[in-house]
Design a protein around this ligand. Sequence first.
Ligand code: UD1
Length: 416
Amino acid sequence: MQKLAIQGGTPLRGEVRISGAKNAALPIMCAGLLTSDELHLDNMPDLHDVATMRKLLVQMGVAAAVEQGAVTLCGAKVDKLEAPYDMVKTMRAAVLVLGPLVARFGEARVSLPGGCAIGSRPVDLHIKGLQAMGAEIHIEHGYIHAQAKRLKGARIFFDIVSVTGTENLMMAAALADGVTVLENAAREPEVVDLANCLRSMGAKISGDGTDAITVTGVEKLHGASHRIMPDRIESGTFLVAAAATGGSITLTDTRADILDTVLEKLTEAGAKIHAEGDRIHLEMNGRPRPVNLRTAPYPAFPTDMQAQFMALNAVAQGSAMVVETIFENRFMHVQELRRLGAQIDIEGNTCMVRGVGHLEGAAVMATDLRASACLVIAGLVAQGETVIDRIYHLDRGYEHIEAKLSQLGANIRRIK
Ligand code: UD1
């Protein structure tokens, strides 16, 4: 199993290009199932999850032509309407094929995802939504089996805000008969990016970016070309890493307008931030100030940045309270941070972090994608060597992370 070895203590300095967003690329690739024409996507990140999604689509009969940073998908010959367990268990986002398959082919068999490290994460809202649109759904042998002659527009209320739930139903509604209104929909920028791509394929969608999305179904969608938006979580992760190490970095090819709460919290921690065009510059002097956080759906503070800020708070001058409201088991990085000397108490969904003067390098284990990013940041700050095991989690969502960090002056290497 591959590991990362980091010699901490060097402030990050320099410029780094931000990749296309994983959480936009995955649903948008599934939109390729909605048409028999070609869907050309660029600014595609080179990530394990993207490769897994491509493999799944190819298994279904989608043609995928890969170029550097781009892919052209063609769903003209889709003949296998199934997402098997071995794919869905490694990547929950595979459930995003459900809506498009039922909408275009009238049938889908998609494995239930089961639990994952950060919580139980059911897909009941995806299922209920499709049922409201007239799909017959049976759960058999661990699979969701959905059938519908043609989905019908419906008014669907989400009792919990779900990002992939919103995306799945928005794609299903694009080819349904009539008008669908998604209420209490996710407002995440990745939902808007998917809506932009669907619109360029001929879909009639309005209200994306608000909590009420209206989709007027059309008979057919056509091919299109779309550029994947920048990854706001990768952007946030590099900014926190620079702030924690007292560095000075510039991100390029990114967007500040979708990072409001993260930039606000970094400013509160003492960083000086300047954003202009597609660039964000951050400079930090001295130890961070502690920042209280509470995760919630966009535009509030993202759960996908909680772990990274925990590493920042771990070395802050004072105490901070971190509340996780989205996933019930998303503090696994805390045990590992404690191995580096962090002082953190957990009570239910709340952590009290008491900042310490320094962390000390140690062997730690990555448990999920964002927890891994937290350990990388802690390793960059810690004195001595930190070795992070199970970094396959990191490769699922961060493109060439050690190359990008090395470019910023970090002393980091992969042990194969
Ligand atoms: C997406 C992101 C993930 C991010 C999360 C929250 C992708 C590919 N992944 O995951 O990185 O951490 O949003 O911002 O975009 N829930 C239900 N029933 C459902 C669906 C969700 O109870 O049918 C619950 C979940 O257990 C969780 C909450 O709703 O507590 C939010 O989950 P959701 O927004 O669906 O997360 P994902 O879309 O899986």
